[in-house]
Write a protein that binds this ligand. Sequence first.
Ligand code: TTP
Ligand code: MG
Length: 397
Amino acid sequence: MARCIFHIDLDAFFVSVEQALNPKLKGKPVIVGGDPERRGVVASASYEARPFGIHAGMPLSKARRLCPQAIFLKANFTRYRKVSDRFMEILSDFSPHIEPLGLDEAYLDVTGCLKPYGSPQQLALAIKERIKKELDITASVGIATCKVVAKIASELCKPDGLLEIVPREEQAFLHPLPVAKLPGVGKKTERLLKEMGIKTIGELAALPLDTVTRRLGTTGAVLLNYARGIDNRQVELPGEAKSIGQQVTFARDTFDRNFLEVTLQNLCQELCQELRRQNKRAKCIAIRLRYADFKTITRQVTLREASNLTQVIIAAAQQLLSKALAQQEKPIRLIGVCVSGLIGEERQLPMFDAKVVKLVHVEQALDKIRKKYGTAAIKMGDSIYSENSKENANSKS
Ligand code: TTP
Ligand code: MG
């Protein structure tokens, strides 16, 4: 199945934060950068200032000459950092697969999150609405099957835009665009490509691989793929533990549904204990089954609200198991459960929900008992699988 990737970028970020704080600045040419009398450069320009030729990186003195009526403001990074944190929090409510890039942009992989919204565009509109309502800032969203196309799409639809490049339309979208639109093509690469007679992404895409790598080295190979709309990079948090998993290989292959369910429950219980120990909650639950013939399948579901509650994780995992068992009737040699989309516990549980609060307390009490007397002290139902072959996985990839 094609992936659904969003690239979301706030419009004129520094300026928009200032305009949200002081609405009198809205609709006017505003430039954030610093004191125009001193030497400094434009960090952000409102869309009203841009027709005057003003852009980021331009000396403030030049910006003042081009647009004397502009309002110049000094950058306040503490303010922008706070708004950026809230922006990322809003995004992580829509998908656990988030990759922030700087303060005001992020990739979201929403492949498994579309169902409640009906379509990628509806989901993008819901995100844009939340951002507008909570931050009073407009965002532009590019939608595509890969990062590079989503990023170019969001840039082209600014400000307050939404542009979806549907699967198989990537090349038609990319080809007429100037090569400089490709991320990774800076001034130097653009010049080199121009020397080769290449001006558009389509012209680059048509070149043979060895021609490109001879001139541009290994970067050339990556750029060529991008130009052809090929980009397999995942959306991922840099450097964080991304998943926690538990699995068990049985001494004998089994068909026994009850046995499989109990095993899965116990795996979930241990995994949730680990989640709570790490002060994390998970948004995605996946189960893994390996059949006697070594064929392995994975089934995954995204929770509406991230959780580390054993009952919630078990319920999700059990549903996945039931579906998988209904599809295939073959003896099973391994069962595993894995959670990903991990979120820090500082993002509070909905405390108004008394039932959830009670469950948290119960599970905290059980964790204490397990810590004191060992994991085997409390288990759900009868646990009869082979402890010897149990495996633990804390994955970073
Ligand atoms: P951008 O997203 O590149 O720019 P922007 O949000 O101001 O405008 P756009 O609508 O085109 O997205 O950068 C985000 C913020 O990063 C920007 O508001 C200010 C800061 N920044 C700098 O400080 N210096 C720079 O050279 C650039 C490009 C950005
Ligand atoms: Mg921006």
